[in-house]
Each structure stands twice: as structure tokens, then as C-alpha cells.
Design a protein around this ligand. Structure first.
Ligand code: FAD
Ligand code: SF4
Ligand code: SF4
Length: 395
């Protein structure tokens, strides 16, 4: 039950603006609630002085049947194409939604027509793009959290899928905390159980067990999914796609974070999950100098650099480029490995590469079992030779 304490009210009028259902009118300075109220709880969340109050349990335990449709959260900047992981999530959401005859929505921040997003999303079978109307150029955790919370309370989707990228991993728990629902992080599989609930599968205990997790009593069901673990499915079906704005969303004035500047990352350390060519170094590269060479080779070939955990632990490469079970999962067109053994925990993160070239001095190295081209030799020497050939070509 929504409670209103007039004695707390400072007559700021914010509640009238944030109510998505037009249920509040300010009359003689004070809010009056009409029959449109759905008890979504947004005014109670936004009122700066707690003049509106609603029991959290009341907000949480809304009936699950009211929630419909599958949502994907896109974190792209306007003008950029949709990320591979967004397309993977849209394809997965389409498959799940088809089983329940429901709709797929992409929630993304943007202004304008967003024709490129529309075309790409449509090809995965997406039904609707819901735009967060904000001109802020980059990722802003508070803005996204506020907007997604507002959208979820208004439209009540039954499942929300986030990319398990750096920003997605920051955002998903904020939203689930606000809404008061569960979140399964880093899922590797999603399906529906016999009741139509989302079965969220993720590795646990260092990958030795696959846990299946359900959120039967709270909605929406929320999961984040690693890039490159789901497949993209394009559809030829002529499906209408609707574009709409999250009209009632107003970014609130007090922002605790101010964006001062955006610096582009060097290509070598750019987003590994989106790279077409990845060159990785392992413990067999022996030292930091060889890693310096590997980074220069990446720069010349417009490739992204990667490393094994052992190389990261040695301090030869930054942790953000670790590939594998506890690092990033990738699926590039070409993966070149210098001095990488091919331990299971590493190959879990790169086995979906289309072509694998491995350099190792041990003919029995496990990486040779999964590669397309095996080069038997000293990794440092082969790397140096590759750099020389490229320098010679450039001269
Ligand atoms: C819970 C858990 C999670 C883990 N997560 C990850 C993860 O996310 N990513 C990851 O990478 N690892 C992970 N590991 C570690 C993993 O098990 C391996 O130890 C690691 O991948 C090995 O790295 P490496 O291949 O560089 O080193 P090594 O296993 O030491 O292999 C080095 C290879 O280089 C070859 N070599 C040596 N000298 C030369 C030379 N001069 N020229 C050519 N070849 C040479 C050797 O023959 C060998 O094959 C994890 C482990 C655990 C327990
Ligand atoms: S937001 Fe709160 S303080 Fe402001 S008018 Fe509404 S009830 Fe009053
Ligand atoms: S609970 Fe929701 S619908 Fe009801 S007045 Fe508040 S914001 Fe509007």
C-alpha cells in the first residue's frame, strides 16, 4: 500500500513528473493520487524526503503473471553498430520468447531514428526498440540504473538480459538491487523449465560444477551473459519492429559522477570480445620483452592482445587481457598463440575461434590438439621473426 505523509512533503512536485501512469496531480501544492495508480512504487523511490512510502515487500512481490516479454540491455553509444554480444543476447531472447509466444525488446540509450540499430535488431527477430532519451555520450551507471528501473516498473518484462561486459557487470547488480529481484551473473546457458521459468546455467566452484539457477518468486528474472557464449541467429522473417522512447523517464538532477573526458583505448588493448584477430602470449614467451614485441605485432596487424593467466601472474601482461575461464571468452576469426600450453581453463575462453595457429616447442602440447596450424619451435624466436618480416615489408 502506498502511504503519503503530508507533514514530510516539501511541495517539490517531482512525484507528478516521475509517475509513469499520470496518477499524481499537484493540487494546491500537494500531490493527489487518482485511480490510475498501479502501486509501481516509483514515486516512493524518487521522493527526496520520503513523503511517499511503500513497503519494499509490496513492491517486490507483485504477481509474476503480470510480467511479460524478454528484454535485452544494449550499452552501445549512438552511431555505433550493435555489439556482437547484444546480437547474441537478442537471438537468445528471441528463442526463449518464441517458446512462450512473447515479445523481445531492446532497451538502449539513444536519440534520433537509430535506423542502423533497427535494421540489425530486426534481423535477430527483435520486436521493439525502447530508447532511453538522453544525450549523455557514454556509460553512466546512475543514469542507466534509474532508466532501467523506471522502464521495468512501467512495462514489467519477465526477464532482462545484460551483457557480462565491464559496464554490464557494473550495471546488472545495481538494477537487481533496486528492483529487489535475483541476478545470475556470467551465465553460459539459458533455457525455460517446465513452468516457463528461466533456467540460468553458470559454472561454479572454479568450473567443476554447472549450477542451474531459478528465480521463481520474483520478477523480472535477471541474468548477465558473457560475450561469445551464445550464437547469433539471423532471421529472414519479415517482422515489423517498433521504436519508442521511454517517455516518462527523467534523469534526476543530482548526479554523483561527472564525466570529464572519454579516452579511446589503444587498439591492442581494445575490447577483446569484439576483435577479429587475437594474438596471445603464454608462459613459453619467457619474459616481458617478448610481450612488448607481441604488443607491437598486434599493433601492426590491427589485432587485440591476449594472455594466459600464468603470463598475467608473472606481470608480463595486464589482467584485463586474460582469456579463459576466469578471464574473457572470445571467438575471433583468427587466434595466434605463442608459448601457450592449451590448459583447459585457457581453452574454455578461446576454443570458439574460427582458426587457431599455435607456436610451441613441445610436440605434445595440448594446444596442438585443437589448432589448425601447428608451428614447432621457440615462441620468442618465431615472434621476433614475424616482427622482422613485417618491418621489412613496411620499409
Ligand atoms: C580455477 C582456475 C582458473 C583458471 N583460469 C584461467 C584462465 O582464465 N586463463 C588461463 O589462461 N589460465 C587459467 N588458469 C590456469 C591454467 O590452468 C594454466 O595454468 C595456464 O593457462 C597455463 O598458462 P601457460 O600455457 O601460459 O603456461 P604453461 O602451462 O607453463 O605452458 C607454457 C607452454 O609454453 C611452452 N613453451 C615453454 N617454453 C617455450 C619456448 N621457448 N618456445 C615455445 N614454447 C614454449 C611449453 O611447452 C608449454 O606448453 C586457471 C586455473 C585454475 C585452477
Ligand atoms: S516528491 Fe515528495 S516532497 Fe515532492 S511533492 Fe511529491 S510527495 Fe511532496
Ligand atoms: S505508485 Fe507508481 S503509479 Fe502510483 S502514484 Fe506512485 S508512481 Fe504513480
Amino acid at each position: 500500500m502506498l502511504e503519503y505523509k503530508k507533514e514530510n512533503c516539501i511541495n517539490c512536485g517531482l512525484c507528478e513528473k516521475v509517475c509513469p501512469f499520470g496518477a499524481i496531480e499537484i493540487k494546491e501544492g500537494f500531490p493527489a493520487i487518482n485511480d490510475n495508480c498501479t502501486e509501481c512504487g516509483i514515486c516512493a523511490q524518487k521522493c527526496p524526503v520520503n513523503a511517499f512510502h511503500m513497503e519494499q515487500d509490496k513492491i517486490r512481490n507483485q504477481r509474476t503473471e503480470e510480467y511479460r516479454g524478454f528484454w535485452v540491455i544494449g550499452l552501445e553509444k549512438e552511431g555505433e553498430p550493435l555489439n556482437k554480444v547484444t546480437l547474441e543476447l537478442l537471438s537468445t531472447a528471441r528463442k526463449l520468447a518464441d517458446e512462450k509466444k512473447e515479445k523481445v525488446t531492446l532497451l538502449i540509450k539513444g536519440f534520433g531514428e537509430c535506423e542502423n540499430w533497427k535494421r540489425e535488431a530486426q534481423r535477430t527477430g527483435c520486436d521493439k526498440i525502447l530508447l532511453i532519451p538522453c544525450e549523455h555520450p557514454g556509460y553512466d551507471a546512475k543514469l542507466y540504473t534509474d532508466a532501467i528501473e523506471c522502464a521495468v516498473r512501467c512495462f514489467k518484462p519477465e526477464a532482462v538480459l545484460f551483457p557480462a561486459t565491464v559496464n554490464g557487470r557494473d550495471l546488472a547488480p545495481r538494477v537487481s538491487g533496486r528492483i529487489g529481484t535475483g541476478l545470475t551473473a556470467d551465465c553460459t546457458g539459458l533455457s525455460l523449465d517446465e513452468n516457463g521459468d528461466l533456467l540460468q546455467v553458470r559454472p561454479t566452484y572454479g568450473g567443476s560444477v554447472m549450477a542451474s539457477i531459478l528465480t521463481p518468486e520474483h520478477r523480472p528474472q535477471m541474468a548477465s551473459v558473457r560475450p561469445n557464449v551464445m550464437e547469433i541467429h539471423w532471421t529472414d522473417e519479415e517482422r515489423e519492429i517498433e521504436t519508442a522512447y521511454l517517455e516518462d523517464f527523467l534523469p534526476t538532477a543530482e548526479d554523483r559522477v561527472t564525466l570529464i573526458e572519454c579516452l579511446e583505448k589503444n587498439n591492442v588493448f581494445a575490447d577483446l570480445t569484439e576483435a577479429n584477430i587475437v594474438i596471445a602470449g603464454g608462459y613459453g614467451l619467457k619474459n616481458k620483452e617478448n610481450f612488448g614485441r607481441l604488443f607491437r605485432l598486434c599493433d601492426k596487424l590491427n589485432a587485440a592482445a591476449a594472455a594466459t593467466r600464468k603470463a598475467v601472474d608473472e606481470g608480463w601482461a595486464p589482467a584485463e587481457i586474460q582469456v579463459g575461464q576466469t578471464g574473457t571468452t572470445i571467438a575471433p576469426d583468427l587466434y595466434i598463440a605463442f608459448g601457450v600450453s592449451g590448459a583447459l581453463q585457457h581453452t574454455l575462453g578461446m576454443k570458439n575461434a574460427k582458426k587457431i595457429i599455435a607456436v610451441n616447442h613441445d610436440p605434445a602440447a595440448p594446444i596442438f590438439d585443437i589448432c589448425d596450424v601447428a608451428i614447432l619451435g621457440d615462441a620468442g624466436e618465431v615472434l621476433e621473426e614475424c616482427c622482422k618480416i613485417l618491418e621489412h615489408k613496411e620499409a
